[in-house]
Design a protein around this ligand. Sequence first.
Ligand code: DCP
Ligand code: MG
Length: 600
Amino acid sequence: MGSLAQLNHYYLKYKHLFLPGLLAAMASAAASIVVPIVVRQAVDTIPRMVANYRAFEGTPVGDYLYARFFAVLMGFAGVILLLSFLSGVFSFVMRQTVVVASRHIEYDLRNRLYDHLQRLSHGFYLQHATGDLITRATSDIEQVRRYIGPALMYTTRAVVIIVMAMSVMFIISPVLTAYALIPMPFLGISVFFVARMVHQRSDALQEQYSELTSRVQESFSGVRVLKAYARESAEQAAFEKESAGYRERSLDLAMVDAAWRPVFLVLVGLSTIIVVWQGGRLVTEGAITLGNIAEYIIYVALMTWPVAAFGFVISMVQRAAASMTRLQRIFDAEPEVSDGVQTNEELKTVQGSVTFQGVSFRYAEDEEPVLKDLSFHVDAGTSLGIVGRTGAGKTSMIELIPRLLQASEGRVLIDGHPVEAFPLAVLRGSIGYVPQEVFLFSETIAENIAFGRMDASEELIDRAAEEADLLANVRDFPEGFKTFVGERGITLSGGQKQRTSIARALVREPSILILDDALSAVDVQTERNILGHLRRHFGRRTVVIVSHRISAVQDADQIIVLDDGVIAEQGTHDVLLAREGLYANLYRKQLLEEELAAMV
Ligand code: DCP
Ligand code: MG
């Protein structure tokens, strides 16, 4: 439960809503408590008046008594109506303040969570499933909100009603009160267990629902693969299984939901029977009046909801505490990469030389390093090609430069300064990184390119698109740069997506451009065009090109052959060919492939 304590400052922040809300809760409870007293008065007074009237029926006194009886009756009715109305108004005010406050807090909390998640590093996301993070931001926050708002509101109301009702009942007859309360603890306890069951089952239902939706989402977004492998019927069967699971869980929930109402009614009925039975005895003894019995019956009815609410609230608080603990674990996660103490605020620009000094990297403490003791230097304005087998560590190596990953040992330097010395905004602002897996947003082409630089002018976007050899394609699109891509628009080809991603990096006019296999989906001619464009910036921009194709790196100033996390060979194209090693092998194989391809 301790985890919920840290929400207390929110009560202070929104005290202008909580205070009136709680006062209204009390007022609403108080108004409803007075109603039974009025009913008692009515039950005790009216029969007496009726008897009086009957005695004088038909005489002028009788007429007068009838009129008086009628006025008193109306009076009682009016007071009961007024009290009910007041209770209703206060209850409205209570909801309009407390529930509103809880929505504000939900908003604050969710934004704080999102803000925090945005600052967390790449490494955090490697360890957390997307679905889990979405659950934190949706259902966990909702649990916490229910604790802050409704739970508080129900508790206040319940305490006021129970304390006041019991006081009034006790003053009238301690004995009858004791009798009437016998079923109450059973009610509270049974509601607590039922609520826990309802919560468990609705959690299970929720979980099944997200499984169902993610299944559907995956099969729709992977529909190409699904069709290509003729897996429709298998997919259908799998869906039906999930769907049946959902139906079962719904029925489980409906079962408890349906079963607990009769239990509730039986316990309330039991209270009423006891009141009538024991109350009747007390009436014959003259200890209480008939009106008191009517009053008691209403009190018992009034108290059942608050008593039930206690059971419900306890279960709600338990759930909220569990959710808050999960949320807290995220809030406690520190960004591994941030502007740390070493940051040198004077480093405002990047020239572009890159140096690795004895760099090793592992994804997890207990795993083998995927990069081992890498050392090399790239002068500013020159180009570096990286080739190597799949899984050799190329992507891991280049992600160390913009600090998407953090070296486990050794240092990565830019312009002779450790990368940690640069403010992150400067470092990443100077690097154009085209990741291996293209990701485009469901926006226009222009917006996707300008993602690299929010203030990019149309001219700049145009130029970036031209450099990425995308301009001719874009001109052919129905609405040019304003064409929507992805789910809301046209589907780009693999090569078009890659080039959009390259344009996004170029629009930043970066000092260091990193292409991670970013030309894999374009033909050799387009690759040549793009590399030709990039060459125009020769001497002014450092370019790192990772590729499986020798043709993309052969003109680079130096080439590194990475094998199993170590530098196997290093040099220019000619030097590497002369070595007759891995590189030369790969080159010959690719030449052969090209010749074969040309023959057919
Ligand atoms: N690896 C890992 N956890 C990740 C990413 C990678 O454990 N989140 C492992 C898988 C490989 C090794 O690290 O064994 C190197 O992976 P890279 O992605 O760096 O390899 P490449 O980029 O060289 O491979 P490819 O050419 O297929 O892109
Ligand atoms: Mg890779």
